[in-house]
Design a protein around this ligand. Structure first.
Ligand SMILES: Cc1ncc(COP(=O)(O)O)c(C=O)c1O
Length: 398
């Protein structure tokens, strides 16, 4: 097997998605091999010793790394323009590691309030148990980020677009505030995907993904990945992950690696369809609010143009009549399936107030714009007209 993949940095993202990171074995396989192995054997005891000393560049144990996992990480690195990456068993394992591993008691974190429920749990409930304080801010308000900064602030954390209300946060401006106070910015880029937004190029220090979403894109397996500088991974992540073991399975890494090959065409097709759905719903009489980052009426439309390469595969809308009306719409949809998941080839609809964001207090949900009538629509690969017809028929029931 070739020990390192051929560089592909000179190619465009579409080409990198197909070729980056490939390690071919002696059999010359076309498709990347799945190395479903826990460990490795050594020719000699001397080689084994050298491997452990870091003097022989092979694999040691699949909790540390594995050829299939290495291919997935290298493809992500080249796609994202990062220096290094570590994959994890789930998106939450990646988020928790990226936030927790570099911190110690006495440190302070500032995070946007508009976070996926489990991310909010990590910053709001988990960190304080270990002596790490958190301040939650309205991510859209740059003054709040600035005012929250303290001498001991080490990390800023945000997601953009936000889940589920699709607010778009100013990544370069927030990165500048973080850096001026000596903190790092960690961005959860799940909603944007690497196709539509590159947070590292916008000034972020660390990017995290739930690869479970668009990167797999076909609803099969869980995974996560942390991307950043070589120094951040070496100093904060490498040893933490080796010793605590939130590792991805080689099988899942293989599925995600193959998922990357089609990520670009899937996300672009889903984004185009989402834009058509948003336009079709925008003036619907049963809808009181429609949010789509690709439309001119999005509250941060000019920022979307500056920092994203497209709208989103997700559309948010509020039906008149609250929870009962929203449930009637969900139950009447034939094609789009009720789910708390997103980023799938199949369109999925979510009622955030009773699922992903049900642990928030009602007043906190209201402050975030997650009303009882709010629906999140994750656009799949179906024909746009079929989805629009399905939604139109279901809205009649609202
Ligand atoms: C924005 C965001 N971050 C992180 C996660 C966590 O990912 P996973 O389910 O792979 O742990 C999710 C979804 O579950 C998400 O929507």
């Amino acid at each position: 097997m070739s020990k390192s993949a051929a560089p592909t940095a000179q190619y465009r993202p579409e080409t990198r998605l197909v070729h980056s990171g490939t390690l071919r074995s002696q059999f010359g396989e076309t498709s990347e091999a799945l190395f479903l192995t826990q460990g490795y054997v050594y020719d000699t005891a001397e080689q084994c010793e050298a491997r452990f000393k870091g003097e022989d560049p092979g694999f040691i144990y699949s909790r540390y790394s594995n050829p299939t996992i290495a291919m997935f990480e290298r493809r992500m690195i080249e796609l994202e323009g990062a220096e290094a990456a570590r994959s994890a068993a789930t998106g939450m394992a990646a988020v928790t590691t990226a936030i927790l591993a570099p911190l110690r008691a006495g440190d302070h974190v500032v995070a946007s309030k508009a976070l996926f429920g489990s991310c909010l749990y990590v910053v709001q409930d988990l960190l304080p148990r270990y002596g790490i304080e958190t301040t939650l801010v309205d991510g859209l308000d740059l003054d709040q980020w600035q005012r929250a900064m303290r001498k001991n602030t080490k990390t800023f954390f945000l997601e953009s677009p936000t889940n589920p209300t699709l607010d778009v946060l100013d990544i370069p401006a927030i990165a500048e505030i973080a850096h001026s106070g000596g903190a790092r910015l960690v961005v959860d880029n799940v909603f944007a995907t690497p196709v539509l937004q590159s947070p590292l190029a916008l000034g972020a220090d660390v990017v995290v993904y739930s690869a479970t979403k668009h990167i797999d894109g076909q609803g099969r397996c869980l995974g996560g990945v942390i991307l950043s500088s070589e120094a951040f991974i070496a100093e904060h992540i490498h040893n933490f992950m080796r010793q605590t073991g939130p590792s991805i399975s080689p099988f899942n890494a293989w599925v995600l690696l193959k998922g990357l090959e089609t990520l670009g065409i899937r996300v672009r097709a889903q984004t185009e369809t989402a834009g058509r759905i948003a336009d079709a719903l925008a003036s619907h009489p049963k809808i009181s609010r429609l949010i789509y980052p690709g439309r001119a009426d999005h509250p941060q439309a000019s920022l979307v143009k500056k920092q994203m390469r497209g709208g989103s595969t997700l559309v948010g809308f509020e039906v008149k009549g609250g929870k009962a009306a929203a449930f009637r719409v969900l139950n009447a949809l034939k094609l789009a399936k009720i789910s708390n998941n997103l980023g799938d080839a199949k369109s999925l609809v979510t009622h955030p107030a009773t699922t992903t964001h049900q642990r928030l207090k009602p007043e906190d949900r209201a402050a975030l714009g997650i009303s009882e009538g709010f629906i999140r629509f994750s656009t799949g690969l179906e024909h746009a007209d079929d989805l629009i017809e399905d939604l139109a028929a279901a809205l009649e029931k609202a």
